[in-house]
Design a protein around this ligand. Structure first.
Ligand code: NAP
Length: 282
């Protein structure tokens, strides 16, 4: 295989850990290639993607704020990307741009790995948030047969839109009614940006949460969010956001470099250390 190069496209993109992840796998598999950051401002994303086939890259990850632009620019998109109207992974097929969304895969793969059989035990899930990441979370939960998904969002209209798009098993709900919903939930997912370093805290009380319910926080900076710490202290099974980040990278690497890489504890520790987070015993 000749030298191959992929990139992550975003704005800003300096914070992205994707180069660390993909370079780890390139070195592990002794592949002659590289993975770099491309900071592309919104006014340039259209022309950047239009000329992607001649850029020298074999493919790309796409992050905030360009996932919707990548969806529009792709000549072919997989069904999951069509459902989410967002693309986070691009590759070339005979010079044409193809795209998918691997956030759903990443979300589910880490949940399966951490709590095997969770879907058999989950009748009701509560999802906090209705932004881009929440769309992937809700899609994944529905896809895996969760019977009812309550979407709690500050801006109720976004939760209503999500429910209208993804079907009858989704219901919009309000933060004010959260204690009642938590009594019935088998799984609570935080897909807001609350609790992330630099953002306001996620101020919810887990006292009402059903015994044994699992808590998944997709925020990964810090790795152990206050939500996870509180859930852990109450004896709930917890799932952190770093695994989702690592697993969502797997399908892209396989597309571009021809080898399906593994999410190992070595990789996890490297990225956690880079994030400045101490690993909690799992
Ligand atoms: P987004 O599209 O901007 O959505 C942000 C969500 O957070 C919205 O639901 C928003 O509610 C809510 N929110 C923000 N500030 C709030 C506040 N002060 N009070 C109440 N709600 C607030 O962002 P996103 O792309 O979905 O990302 C959300 C989080 O997921 C980020 O922390 C991101 O890092 C993380 N994430 C993690 C992974 C992973 O691999 N682990 C992947 C993707 C994203 P409104 O609709 O009312 O504004």
């Amino acid at each position: 295989m000749s030298f191959c190069r992929a990139c992550v496209i975003g704005h800003p993109v300096a914070h992205s850990r994707s180069p660390l992840i993909h370079r780890h796998w390139l070195a592990e598999h002794k592949i002659d290639g590289d993975y770099v950051r491309e900071d592309v401002p919104p006014e340039k994303i259209g022309s950047f993607l239009a000329s992607f086939a001649t850029s020298g890259y074999v493919g790309a990850n796409v992050t905030v704020p360009h996932k919707e632009a990548a969806f529009r620019a792709a000549d072919r998109t997989e069904p999951v990307a069509v459902a989410l109207k967002a693309v986070n992974t691009l590759w070339l097929e005979q010079g044409r741009l193809a795209g998918t969304n691997t956030d759903v895969y990443g979300f589910l793969a880490h949940l399966d790995e951490t709590l095997p059989g969770w879907d058999k035990r989950t009748g009701i899930a509560v999802v906090l948030g209705a932004g881009g990441a929440a769309r992937a979370v809700v899609y994944g939960l529905i896809d895996r047969g969760v019977g009812r998904v309550l979407v709690v969002n500050r801006t109720r209209s976004r939760a209503e839109t999500l429910a209208a798009e993804f079907g009858k098993r989704i219901a919009p709900a309000d933060f004010a009614d959260l204690p009642q919903h938590l009594k019935e939930a088998d799984l609570l997912v935080n897909a807001t940006s609350l609790g992330m370093t630099g953002q306001p805290p996620l101020d919810i009380d887990l006292a009402c949460l059903k015994t044994g319910a699992a808590v998944y926080d997709i925020v990964y900076v810090p790795l152990e969010t206050p939500l996870l710490a509180s859930a852990r202290a109450r004896g709930h099974p917890v799932v952190d956001g770093l695994g989702m980040l690592l697993h969502q990278a797997v399908p892209g690497f396989e597309r571009w470099f021809g080898i399906r890489p593994k999410v190992t504890t070595v990789l996890r520790s490297r990225v956690a250390a880079d994030l400045g987070s101490k690993e909690h015993a799992r």
